[in-house]
Design a protein around this ligand. Structure first.
Ligand code: ANZ
Length: 955
């Protein structure tokens, strides 16, 4: 029998239906908005509340904010928002001052591309999308403090993004103090002579303004430089490494990406590499994400070693200086600067035929090979482990420990952008070198004694031996011996030896690169930078912020033939001459300047948004310091401070999360905030997946129109295949929250999403299963409200023992589950309690009904608020205390204990499973049946075996 049939609805006008849910939900949403129910109080400032309010412990709960796309939300998007809302509501009910709100990450390419296609200003389409998304989210009953919401495109938000940029521009990293300091302090040191001008014998005062700017550029944490960049002619923009796919194409648009040198803004994130690594330890983040950050930063300890070649020396970076005696050849990256100067005119006598690539001279061989390498991306160059290509340069270098002549090759498995772009090759102990040496018939020498019985002759091996747990052999010259040492000791010893002779030094290398911060786009934050006639960059004063985006006719950067590497970016802002060329007084009288015409990358706005939530209307400061300290300051267990809970997708493991951490640390160093980390606890929610149905040609068909029959799936009479995939428009399987809200109500949708499984695992959406949660709410309603009169049916009588146990067990379990974000099991426990009440029949005790409503409130806040008020309360359920379990009722079910006298059962006792032998003995002896059976006889012995058996031996 269907519970949603319309006959039943007419028969019972007070029944919980979708129509009733819609009415209740809209009514309470309006009330909450008008009442400011979710507004969180600051300790001071314009959002300050009662002192008592801020005396409660705080909880700052945050979601990764959405990009307001034109497609709107599907049911997968709000999974995390519902989860944080449930958690926040539970925290509010357990005595916390909860800050929970949501803003919009609204600069970015989709709006710009839409603008390019349609001529609509990106602000217009973005704001419309925001409005649409806000309405969709409001329908879900999320308890956000709306006074604190904003979008990154709001000028009074990006004013501060620009302001932070200026702080970064005006700072340098002091390696001794290990922190950022104002650049003015560095200038003062140059002026006073405390620091000499690097690479020059002249005094600071003798340098021109442009020369000084160049020197400072080497220190500033935001600096412009001619950097090798990923230039994508097809998009007309440069891309960060992170935006380039493994096969060397643009993540967006899939165009070829080329290496080019362009003047670009960079952020010196590498200065923070060590702190970004170290501070990870104290963060409560998933280990997998920490590991991705560690790998991204890629710290390697090793040494730089010089190998003389003619007058020059090749400096290599190696993590295994202990294997130096085994270095039998060298490899330079094909682009390495030294290549041209070491190449001789002719092949040396007796050069191996394999090494020349069939070319008549070394320079012909090198040129040909360089062309071949340039066509490959870094990833392609490193990927093919087996097939190693390269060519001999014709030059020999000297191994500085053995004095041996070693041939120098160029090969694409050595990358220019890592270490020094040159390696010493130790084929016996490095897999790549081993493959290369085999291909080119190069000598190998074993210098780390194999522990796997393979012997010490590499000619007989199938692969390199690369253990760290072995002893060094065959590694001595007249001056130093590593023989018999372990790898770690050998590294230390040889590094010291090299340092002593000035031919090497211990060093740390990082995979992390500085963050390329310029984009050739319109829809981003303009840089608050102008250039004078000498090309020197000047910061705009704070009074000129925000520097707003000018109106332009054409939003597109100029794009080029995707395959034409010899092109240069041309930005939309550069075409607006009136905006670009300005006369400004920057303190030394009016002068002509030219504005920077790049914009900031999309990541900028999300690097600090948690701070703006705290003090959203502050026009004088980034954030008030007391307010920041209250919400984000360090606490017991969170030494770097930060947001208490940050929920979002695991795809942001390295980009957003690394950049935001970096900005936090700069603001911390400069004294603007007390938290050195933005997000103390991170939680990655799983994905809501959906079935994708495809026809015989592999084209996705509308999932909603697919029928299931005869064990197969059919669309318009044609058999289709089904696989689990992402939900979205392009796969024609998107389900919107609006549809589900219309059919069942927001409370049902919330419950369904939370009940689908543990929050951190991905789960398949199944519209047909949503009704299960709808029924739970209908039964909850029926347990409290008379469906004919609409009056509550609760009674004041005390609940029976069974019900008390069911209630307190539920309270105990649900409370623990909510605190640990196990919402699926919390729902299971609520369902169990509700079913218990349904099965018991009869009216429900008020005390049980009220506590049940409080348990439901975080998950299904609308129905809970409605029932709470119908139960006679005049205050909101939102700020009520979450129920506390009575431990006496929480113990598991009782067990039956058998009491025997002389081996015969005389009584059965219902006891707690945790009862002690002594308690059980006392209970048994007091039982009337036992007293009667003993008939006054004395007792010789009692054997109690808690909790199941008592045996009494009468005297
Ligand atoms: C000799 C050696 C012997 C090495 C051995 C390894 C094992 P990680 O740990 O990733 O930092 N290398 C250095 N620069 C390179 C470049 N530009 N392109 C490709 N490879 C490069 O790797 C450092 C090691 O990778 C270095 O240590 C170097 O090879 C290689 F048994 O030097 B090694």
């Amino acid at each position: 029998m269907s519970e949603t049939n319309s006959a039943a609805e007419t028969a019972a006008p007070h029944r919980y239906t979708a129509a009733m849910a819609a009415e209740i939900e809209a009514r309470w949403q309006d009330f909450w908005d008008a009442d400011g129910t979710y507004e969180a109080a600051n300790p001071s400032g314009d959002l300050a509340g009662e002192p008592a309010e801020v005396a409660r412990p705080k909880k700052f709960i945050m979601d990764m904010f959405p990009y307001p796309s034109g497609a709107g939300l599907h049911v997968g998007h709000p999974l995390g928002y519902i989860a944080t809302d449930v958690y926040a509501r539970h925290q509010r009910m357990t005595g916390h001052n909860v800050l929970h709100t949501l803003g919009f990450d609204a600069f970015g390419l989709p709006a710009e591309q839409y603008a390019v296609q349609t001529g609509t200003h990106p602000r217009v389409s973005t704001e419309a999308n925001i409005e649409n998304m806000k309405a969709q989210l409001r329908r879900l009953g999320l308890g956000h403090d709306k006074r604190r919401s904003f979008a990154t495109i709001d000028p009074d938000y990006y004013k501060w993004t620009q302001w932070i940029f200026l702080q970064i521009f005006n700072s340098w990293y002091d390696d001794e103090a290990k922190k950022a300091r104002p650049i003015a302090e560095l200038i003062a040191r140059f002026e006073s002579g405390e620091r000499s001008v690097p690479g020059s014998t002249r005094a600071w005062s003798e340098l021109s303004a442009a020369e000084r700017a160049d020197v400072l550029s080497e220190y500033r944490l935001a600096y412009a430089s001619d950097s090798p960049v990923n230039w994508c002619p097809g998009l007309g923009t440069v891309l960060a490494n992170e935006e380039v796919t493994a096969d060397g194409r643009s993540e967006r648009g899939n165009y070829p990406v080329f290496k080019a040198k362009l003047r670009q803004w960079n952020m010196r994130i590498t200065a923070y590499a060590d702190r970004l690594l170290e501070d990870l330890d104290a963060l409560d983040w998933p280990e997998a994400i920490k590991l991705q950050q560690r790998n991204w930063i890629g710290r390697s300890e090793g040494a730089r070693v010089d190998f003389p070649v003619g007058e020059d020396a090749i400096t290599v970076f190696t993590t295994r200086p202990d294997t130096l005696f085994g270095a039998t050849y060298m490899v330079l990256a094909p682009e390495h600067d030294l290549v041209d100067s070491i190449v001789p005119d002719a092949w040396p006598q007796g050069t191996h035929a394999l090494w020349t690539g069939g070319h008549a001279t070394p320079s012909l061989a090198v040129d040909a090979y360089r062309k071949q390498a340039a066509a490959k991306s870094d990833v392609e160059r490193q990927a093919d482990a087996k097939e190693k290509t390269g060519v001999f340069t014709g030059a020999y270098a000297v191994n500085p420990v053995s004095g041996e002549q070693v041939p120098v090759f160029i090969a694409d498995y050595v990358l220019m952008g890592y270490g020094t772009g040159a390696i010493m090759a130790v084929p016996a102990h490095d897999t790549r070198d081993f493959a290369f040496a085999r291909a080119f018939d190069l000598p190998m020498r074993c210098v780390v004694e194999p522990t796997d019985g393979r012997g010490t002759d590499p000619a007989e091996w199938d692969d390199a031996f690369d253990s760290y747990e072995a002893k060094i052999i065959a590694s001595a010259n007249d001056d130093v011996s590593l023989n018999g040492l372990g790898v770690v000791e050998a590294k230390a010893k040889i590094t010291e030896w090299l340092e002593g002779r000035g031919i090497g030094e211990g060093t740390i290398n990082y995979r992390l690169r500085d963050w390329l911060f310029s984009r050739q786009r319109y829809w981003g934050e303009p840089f608050p930078i102008v250039y004078d006639e000498d090309g020197v960059a000047h910061a705009l004063p704070e009074s000129m912020l925000p520097l707003e985006l000018p109106e332009v006719d054409d939003y597109a950067p100029r794009t080029f033939d995707p395959d034409d590497a010899d092109t240069q970016p041309e930005t939309p802002l550069s075409r607006n001459e009136d905006w670009v060329n300005v006369t400004l007084d920057l303190g030394d009288g009016p002068k002509r300047y030219r504005r920077e015409t790049n914009t900031m990358p999309n990541w900028a706005g999300s690097c600090w948004y948690e701070l703006r939530y705290l003090d959203p209307h502050n026009g004088d400061k980034l954030v008030d310091q007391d307010i920041e300290r209250y919400w984000m300051g360090p606490r017991e267990g969170m030494p770097h401070g930060g947001v208490d809970l940050y929920v979002g997708g695991a795809e942001h493991a390295v980009l957003h999360l690394l950049y935001a951490r970096f900005w936090s640390k700069i603001l911390f160093d400069l004294g603007y905030v007390s938290s050195a980390e933005p997000f103390h606890k991170l939680f990655n929610q799983g994905m809501i997946q959906a079935f994708v149905y495809r026809d015989a040609r592999g084209i996705a068909v509308p999932a909603a129109e697919v029928e299931e029959r005869d064990g197969g799936f059919w669309y318009q009479g044609e058999k289709v295949s089904r696989v689990l995939g992402k939900m979205g428009k392009s796969l024609k399987n998107a389900v919107t929250p609006d549809e589900i809200c219309a059919e069942y109500g927001a409370d049902t949708l919330r419950l369904y999403e939370m009940a689908m499984g543990p929050l951190d695992v991905s789960r398949p959406w199944d519209t047909r299963a949503v009704v299960g949660q709808y029924r739970l709410l209908q039964r909850l309603w029926r347990n409290i409200v008379d469906e004919t009169t609409g009056e509550t049916t609760v009674v004041d009588a005390e609940p029976d023992e069974d019900t008390l146990r069911a209630l307190h067990k539920a309270i105990d379990g649900v409370g623990q589950d909510m605190a640990a974000m196990r919402f699926n099991t919390a729902i299971a426990k609520i369902t169990e309690l509700n079913n218990h009440l349904t099965k018991s029949g009869g009216a429900v005790s008020r005390s049980v009904a009220e506590r049940l409503v409080l348990l439901v409130a975080p998950l299904a806040p609308h129905i809970a608020e409605e029932l709470w008020r119908r139960l006679g309360h005049t205050d909101s359920v939102v700020h009520r205390d979450f129920p506390v379990a009575d431990p006496a009722y929480v113990v598991d079910e009782t067990v039956t204990c058998v009491v025997q006298i002389k081996g015969k059962v005389k009584a059965r006792l219902e006891v707690s499973p945790s009862i002690t032998d002594a308690e059980l003995e006392a209970l048994a002896l007091a039982d009337p049946a036992v007293v009667a059976a003993l008939g006054g006889a004395g007792i010789r012995k009692v054997i109690a075996r808690a909790p199941k058996l008592v045996n009494i031996v009468p005297a």
